[in-house]
Write a protein that binds this ligand. Structure first.
Ligand code: FE2
Length: 361
């Protein structure tokens, strides 16, 4: 077993999108992020516009190439608006990059430096599933708003209570889940935190398998799904068909107060998956006593699950772009470290209803 690569935390997640100006507006107005920094022609970068959004310790970057000949357009053509980079903050970029290459990771970008009046950063990147990359960034010699080239540009959102990223989920192609679990095991030294087979995650029609990889500190958790065969097309296969390849399926954002967060998000117009009322007829027998108001949980369509350590509350948005690809999860934990196994059936039936409405089931 390889020693863990010393990645400290997810520094940011970068999305390539067709219209970063409007994506930033959506994440600010609907999801409560502050826009904190901007890079573009006005800051000396004529080829790209990038907006940095922050809430709690979560940072999302939305980038759009500005010219037709930009190679990043190929990514957009294939995947649509999609996650391009899950960037880790590290101390020593050179060492981590070389070690990850030695362990078999394909390079995306060799180590390089960037600087502006706020200092210097070091960065490098390796490839992972689909066209997604992991970049490594070290910021010890930098004290600016985000990264070199970005200028301060504060446009406040109205915070809805998100504090950190809880987990980032990949959808892998058919029978590729174990390959990508091995990648995180051998390149990053992550361990398998939990695994769900198609008996855990199946409905009458479709199925999937999932394993969760995590670092030693468990502040980075990457579930990886793959389609499993069922009577109809797996929702994971629908994702793959629309995203062209493996990619990020959902990002779970943590809140310490899901009722307030979801109430605000609903007021802002964020659309969530509907859960049938029958779910709430049996859920309390399964999960027992919780602190939150049961009526509000039902009213907001929040899902509840329990394991031996406690319980969790979670809810899933509808896709956040027109392709049925990326969506977001809102999660609150009370001791429970797992992923809502007891909700899989209700959740996947709800996703299938949407899939059916799109004509893909
Ligand atoms: Fe999740």
């Amino acid at each position: 077993m390889e020693k863990s690569l010393p990645v400290k935390r997810i520094h940011h997640i970068e999305f390539l999108v067709g219209n970063a100006l409007q994506a930033a507006f959506f994440y600010r107005k609907a999801l409560g992020f502050d826009q904190i920094a901007y890079l573009g022609p006005e800051t000396g970068y004529p080829d790209c516009a990038s907006y940095v959004l922050q809430q709690g310790r979560i940072r999302f970057v939305f980038s759009t190439p500005l010219h037709h000949e930009d190679p990043r357009n190929v990514f957009l053509l294939l995947h649509g608006d999609s996650v391009k980079d899950i960037c880790f903050e590290v101390d020593d970029v050179e060492e981590i990059y070389q070690e990850s290459i030695r362990r078999g990771a394909p390079s995306a970008r060799k180590p390089f430096k960037m600087h502006d009046e706020n200092g210097t950063i070091r960065k490098a990147a390796i490839r992972t599933y689909g066209d997604v990359i992991h970049s490594f960034v070290s910021l010890q010699e930098y004290d600016g708003p985000f990264l070199p080239g970005y200028r301060d540009e504060l446009r406040k959102g109205i915070d809805v209570g998100f504090t950190r990223i809880d987990h980032v989920v990949a959808n892998a192609e058919d029978r590729q889940m174990d390959r990508w679990c091995d990648y995180y095991k051998y390149v990053f030294g992550f361990h398998q935190f939990v695994s769900y087979d198609d008996k855990d995650i199946s409905t009458e029609f479709t199925a999937l398998r999932s394993k969760v990889m995590a670092n030693d500190r468990r502040n980075i958790k990457f579930p990886i799904n793959e389609p499993a065969s069922g009577k109809r097309k797996s929702q994971i296969q629908e994702y793959i068909d629309f995203n062209y390849s493996a990619g990020v399926q959902h990002i779970a954002l943590y809140t310490p107060d899901i009722l307030t967060t979801v109430s605000n998000l609903r007021d802002n117009g964020v659309r969530f998956l509907n859960i049938p009322d029958t779910y709430y007829q049996t859920v309390w027998d399964r999960v027992g006593k919780i602190k939150e108001d049961r009526e509000l949980i039902r009213k907001f369509n929040i899902l509840v699950d329990r394991d031996e350590n406690g319980y969790l509350l979670q809810i899933f948005t509808k896709p956040v772009q027109d392709r049925p690809t990326l969506f977001l999860e809102v999660i609150q934990r009370a001791g429970c470290e797992s992923f809502g196994k007891g909700n899989f059936k209700a959740l996947f039936e709800s996703i299938e209803l949407e899939q059916r409405n799109r004509g893909n089931l």
